[in-house]
Each structure stands twice: as structure tokens, then as C-alpha cells.
Design a protein around this ligand. Structure first.
Ligand code: DI6
Ligand code: FE
Length: 404
């Protein structure tokens, strides 16, 4: 197979926070969908150069890995703009949920939508992310809450990736809310989604990971134990929405099961930070949801940093708490609201986001062996990715070694 030389770029490898900076490298050699070599063209081995059939000039642009949005609820029908207006009149998110709005109102709309309607509804959100250089995206179920409606969401997520050119990872989140059919019978619901639906959806090959919304007003730590035992038996990795509103003991469970990530984490105690570090769980921070809900207490970023917990940043794109399809905006908010450095924000949407999906080191960094997904930006320095808002300087996206 002929190789391709991408020359004259300013390469930001993003193999770690420390390398979320311009490196001594101006060239990338790809072979098929893989990166073969990264370095200074002046020291490119002659035998490798001889194999390069095509040469592309990156025109001195900044080159980062393709961005990874590692936490989204991108597939849903309808919107919750009316609830937004209600919240502006002072009604809280949790109060709206108690009245049967919130997640359950999106469940009603999503259940009523056909596969085509869901694909059409999600497409502009995916396109917006793709225009910002996002090449890998995690999409959760959780607005179907029946076996077939959850299956449809996961199928739509996979189909979006195939149709629109993105690498999609699907996460099973039936444990998002108790549906009306199970009202007052939460334990029965957990039993069904754990013992019946999860094995069936796994058998259909639709599940890459298993998630649960473990919080006040949602599911308990004991529910998470039951679900994660089932996931473990099926060989599926787990992750958790934890500590968005209250610490209900979820992180302790998640780390016991070797979770890939714990997400939100506004309410996170020091002992749990140590537990996360111990198992290498990624802290996925979701600043747009924090902003939308007007929360006041940020996640303990300094402690996460000092304890060497890898930090990722994602959009949490969903109709209730994060009606947002901009990962660059999430990076800016992670800096401004959570005091991340721009280098941390960039690592948070590249190497650490890959890790939160179990995809590191094969994605999310520019190094030999990784998938050849990268972006050329009309920017002078990597910190500009977090600096600008409402300006997208993405110039070229290369996916699987080919220009898109
Ligand atoms: N946490 C969130 O921020 C979203 N889900 C979750 O578990 C909110 C989902 C929604 O309000 O529709
Ligand atoms: Fe979420």
C-alpha cells in the first residue's frame, strides 16, 4: 500500500497534557487508515519517503488529532426550549423533572419518532460537531426506555456514523430515568433493563459500554452494582453519570468495577478522587450542562490534577441540560468555568477523551500506530482552540488517512 506524506504542518501530538503543544514535528506519514510516522521531515527515513505516493502540503497550519466528543446524548426527538423558558422564570431542572417534564418529555417525543425522523433530527448536531473537527463521538441511548426504543436509538447512532463519516461508539443508558410504565416500581425497571434488555442489545452488537445516571432523583449506587455486574458478565466496560447534583455513592461503585470514566463530578469527595486515580478512571467534565443549569460549585479540578486523574471534556449534547453541539465551546467553558488550562482542555478532547472511551492510545493522539484522524487549523497556537468562541478555524479534516 502506498503511504502518504503530510508535510509542512505544526504538529500537536496530544499523547498527554504535556504534549498538547506544538512539537518538533512538521510531517506525518500515513499508510491506509494508520499513522506510520510523525517527526521532522528533514529526518524522514529515505526508504519511508520512497514509499510515499502522495504528498499534501499542510501550509504551516496547526495539526491536532481529530477531536473526540466522549459524552453525548445526540440522538433524540423534539426539544425542551419551553422548559428553558420555564427555568428562566425560576423553576428548577429537578422540579420540572418531578412534574413529568425533563428527561421523560424527551422520552415521549423519541418513542414517537421513526428511525428516519431520529436520523434527520440528529444530523445537524453531528454535522456541527464534524465541522469543528470532531471525528469520534460517543452517543448514548436513554430516551427510549423500552427494549425496542433503546435499540432504535443505538441503531440510529451507528447509522449516523456510517452515513456522515464519524467513528461512533454507542453507550447503553436505559438507566437514565424510570419510564411511566414502571412508575413507582424502579426496582422492577432496573431488573428488566439489566437482566433482559442489556443482554439482548449486547447480543445484537449495539453496545460498546454501559452507563447509569447515578444521582439524587435518579438511580442509586445499589442499582449501579446490579447493572455493572451484568455488564461485567457480558465483558462490557462501564461508565457513570455521577455527582451532578449529589454524591450518592456512585463513584465508589464505578471504580470498584474499573469504570472507564465518571462524568459530571460537581459533587466529588477526596476519597473518590483517590479511588479514580487508583483505577485510572477518567473524569469527564461537562461544563455546558453546569453552565446551562447555573450551577455554582465546580468539580474539584485542582484535586483531580494533583491526584493525576486524567481529565476529559465533552459537550453532553442533550435537549435538557446542554443544547449544544460545539466541543470548542465546551473547551472554552472548561477553561473559564472549571479553570482548566488550554492544554488540559485540548488533552481533554483528544488523548483523555479516547481513554474515557477505551480507545487510547489508538485514537486521540498523533503517534505511530494510531488511527490517522487529524485536523489542520488556521490557528497560530493550540491554546487558541479554547480562546475563541463562535469562530471555527477548522480548515481540513483527515479521517482514516483521507481528506474529507
Ligand atoms: N445528565 C445530564 O446532564 C443529562 N442526562 C444526564 O444523565 C440530562 C438529560 C436531559 O435532561 O434530557
Ligand atoms: Fe449526560
Amino acid at each position: 500500500m502506498p503511504a502518504t506524506l503530510w508535510r509542512n504542518g505544526r504538529v500537536v501530538p496530544c499523547t498527554s497534557v504535556a504534549s498538547a503543544a506544538v512539537a518538533q514535528a512538521d510531517a506525518i506519514v500515513t499508510e491506509g487508515a494508520r499513522i506510520e510516522w510523525v517527526g521532522r521531515e528533514s529526518v524522514l527515513p529515505p526508504e519511508l519517503r520512497a514509499r510515499c505516493g502522495a504528498v499534501h502540503d499542510l501550509a504551516d497550519r496547526l495539526v491536532t488529532p481529530g477531536l473526540i466528543d466522549c459524552h453525548t446524548h445526540l440522538v433524540f426527538a423534539g426539544d425542551r426550549a419551553a422548559e428553558f423558558a420555564e427555568r428562566q422564570r425560576g423553576v428548577s431542572y429537578e422540579e420540572i423533572a418531578r412534574r413529568g417534564g425533563g428527561i421523560l418529555s424527551t422520552v415521549r417525543a423519541t418513542r414517537a419518532a421513526s428511525m428516519d425522523a431520529l436520523l434527520e433530527a440528529a444530523r445537524p448536531r453531528l454535522e456541527a460537531l464534524r465541522r469543528e473537527g470532531v471525528t469520534t463521538i460517543e452517543i448514548k441511548s436513554g430516551y427510549g426506555l423500552t427494549l425496542e426504543a433503546e435499540a432504535r436509538m443505538l441503531e440510529v447512532a451507528r447509522e449516523l456514523g456510517r452515513r456522515h463519516g464519524a467513528f461512533v461508539r454507542t453507550t447503553y443508558l436505559a438507566a437514565h430515568a424510570v419510564p411511566p410504565e414502571f412508575s413507582g416500581r424502579g426496582a422492577d425497571y432496573v431488573r428488566v433493563l439489566t437482566r433482559e434488555w442489556l443482554p439482548e442489545l449486547a447480543r445484537r452488537g449495539l453496545v460498546d459500554a454501559v452507563d447509569i445516571y447515578c444521582d439524587r432523583g435518579a438511580f442509586s449506587a445499589a442499582d449501579a452494582v446490579a447493572l455493572f455486574e451484568a455488564a461485567h458478565d457480558l465483558g462490557l466496560p462501564v461508565k457513570m453519570h455521577a455527582g451532578q447534583f449529589a454524591d450518592v455513592g456512585g463513584v465508589e461503585v464505578a471504580t470498584r468495577f474499573g469504570a472507564l470514566s465518571c462524568d459530571h463530578l460537581e459533587e466529588l469527595g477526596a476519597a473518590d478522587v483517590t479511588r479514580m486515580a487508583g483505577v485510572g478512571a477518567v473524569a469527564v467534565l461537562l461544563p455546558v450542562a453546569y453552565y446551562t443549569l447555573g450551577q455554582r460549585k465546580p468539580p474539584p479540578v485542582a484535586l483531580l490534577r494533583d491526584t493525576a486523574v486524567p481529565i476529559a471534556v465533552a459537550t453532553d449534547c442533550n435537549p435538557g441540560t446542554s443544547p449544544c453541539a460545539s466541543l470548542l465551546l465546551a473547551m472554552n467553558m472548561a477553561c473559564r468555568l472549571f479553570a482548566l488550562t488550554p492544554e488540559e482542555a485540548l488533552a481533554g478532547v483528544t488523548c483523555n477523551a479516547a481513554r474515557a472511551l477505551g480507545l487510547a492510545p489508538g485514537r486521540g493522539s498523533l503517534a505511530p500506530g494510531a488511527t490517522a484522524d487529524f485536523v489542520a487549523w488556521d490557528l497560530a497556537a493550540p491554546h487558541e482552540l479554547s480562546y475563541w468562541t463562535g469562530i471555527n478555524r477548522c480548515h481540513t479534516v483527515v479521517r482514516q488517512g483521507a481528506m474529507r
